[in-house]
Design a protein around this ligand. Structure first.
Ligand code: 13P
Length: 430
């Protein structure tokens, strides 16, 4: 058995967790001292994610947050809901704001996020919002913290905790994601201030010799470390291995092959770090051919078929939700593909859902463009985009898209760590 590197919790936490653990065990469990479950009861408990699992590692046995994290992951992944990703770093947010002529000031970033978060009825479709550290501390114009505002609406708040990409030496422009230093302290602070999940993005490119073994090992390892540190501090990790949509004429089958290679290493690393699969979420990319590939008529069905196949081959059913990023797909394409995934796998063991940034935000940003008189129209669009994606998650979307025919959005996502200026004053010395 893998020995856990986490320090033993103090005796008081140990005994509290034992009480908690006993409370989780099904009434009939032999471990509670009651009757040993028989036949159907035992079988049903074994294949339920929410009936508390028998803890198989020290890490989960003594984790006082286990039950809460499992419930949070299930809540975020509940059917007919998805995640709104608004965790762009400052340079990336600036690029996006620049497309409608807005300056990259703290106030522009805050105002746009206020438009998104205060959309009436958002929580009917959105179960979680991912924030950037700066946004996590910001408030609405009325002075309510965004975190409190969203929680009051029933939306779970999370934070991106990686600090961006750095070149990985010895590779042809591949990257390693930074941010493990001080992560435990940051998680403690985020939890105390109301965050209940985190996100970490690793990027893999497809190209000659890529993704390399080196990039896969490095990034799988840091994803495993990130996830276990977060779970140790009560935060559900969203593990994001993005096989990025890029130039090249590689086929969709090749993209599926490389995605499976990446995901299999990532789950190996998650297991190495005893990450509790029921208490995490996966945020991968859909399987897409290279941007220069010749595309067949039935391309989107192929995307759904190979995406599902890749997930079936790589992701254990214990994981409650797979929340795809939009990765540059147009807004309509992202919704169509999400719906096709449900059709391709109606009985999937995990929720096949969304955690979209660009596909949910781009049209809203254009509609708003920084003008107060446009807020109502922009929020109407935000709600409609959330609604059609929530319906696509259920496989029941059947009307015109609110942002029809939207082009792919291939503005680069910049690396915070390589592009940032001086470290932001404040809590963490990034
Ligand atoms: P996109 O949906 O724009 O790809 O962004 C989601 C995200 O959080 C990527 O890190």
């Amino acid at each position: 058995m893998v020995v856990v590197s986490a320090p033993n919790p103090p005796a008081v936490v140990r005994s509290a967790s034992l009480v908690l653990l006993l409370a989780f065990l099904p009434i009939g469990s032999g471990l509670r001292g009651g009757a040993v479950p028989t036949g159907a009861t035992a079988a049903a408990a074994a294949c339920s994610r929410t009936a508390m699992p028998q803890c198989t590692s020290e890490f989960e046995r003594f984790n006082p947050y286990l039950k809460e994290m499992i419930a949070t992951a299930e809540q975020i992944s509940r059917r007919g809901h998805g995640i709104l990703a608004t965790d762009e770093s400052i340079p990336t947010a600036g690029k996006r704001l620049g497309t409608v002529g807005l300056p990259n000031t703290e106030e522009s970033r805050r105002s746009f996020r206020e438009v998104l978060y205060t959309t009436p009825g958002l929580s009917r479709y959105i179960s979680g919002v991912i924030m950037f550290d700066e946004t996590f501390r910001q408030t609405t114009g009325d002075g309510a913290r965004f975190t409190t505002y969203l929680q009051d609406e029933g939306i779970v708040v999370g934070v991106k905790v990686d600090t961006g990409l750095q070149p990985l030496a010895g590779t042809d422009g591949e990257t390693a994601t930074q941010g493990l230093d001080g992560l435990a302290e940051r998680c403690r602070a985020y939890y105390a201030e109301g965050a209940r999940f985190t996100k970490w993005r690793a990027v893999f490119k497809i190209g000659p010799g890529m993704p390399s073994e080196r990039a896969i090992f490095e990034n799988a390892h840091t994803l495993g470390r990130f996830a276990s540190i977060c779970q140790e501090h009560g935060l559900v990790p969203i593990v994001e291995p993005e096989v990025t949509l890029g130039p090249g004429d590689y086929t969709i089958e090749h993209a599926a092959y490389e995605s499976q290679r990446v995901l299999s290493h990532v789950f190996r690393a998650l297991n190495t770090h005893d990450v509790v699969l029921e208490a995490m979420l996966l945020k991968p990319s859909m399987v897409l051919p290279g941007l220069d590939a010749i595309i067949a008529e039935n391309d989107q069905e192929e995307v759904a078929r190979l995406t599902v196949k890749t997930m079936m081959r790589s992701v254990p059913p214990a994981v409650p939700g797979i929340h795809f990023l939009s990765g540059g797909m147009g807004a309509e394409e992202a919704t169509q593909n999400l719906q096709l995934l449900q059709r391709a796998c109606p009985d999937s063991p995990w929720a096949l859902s969304f955690s979209y940034g660009r596909a949910l935000q781009d049209a809203v940003l254009k509609a708003w463009a920084g003008e107060p008189e446009n807020v109502a129209v922009a929020q109407e669009l935000m709600r409609e985009l959330a609604r059609v994606n929530a319906e696509a998650q259920l496989g029941v979307w059947n009307e015109e898209h609110p942002s029809p025919g939207a082009e792919r959005v291939l503005l680069p996502k910049l690396s915070y760590s390589s592009e940032r200026g001086p470290a932001p004053a404040g809590l963490f010395n990034w």
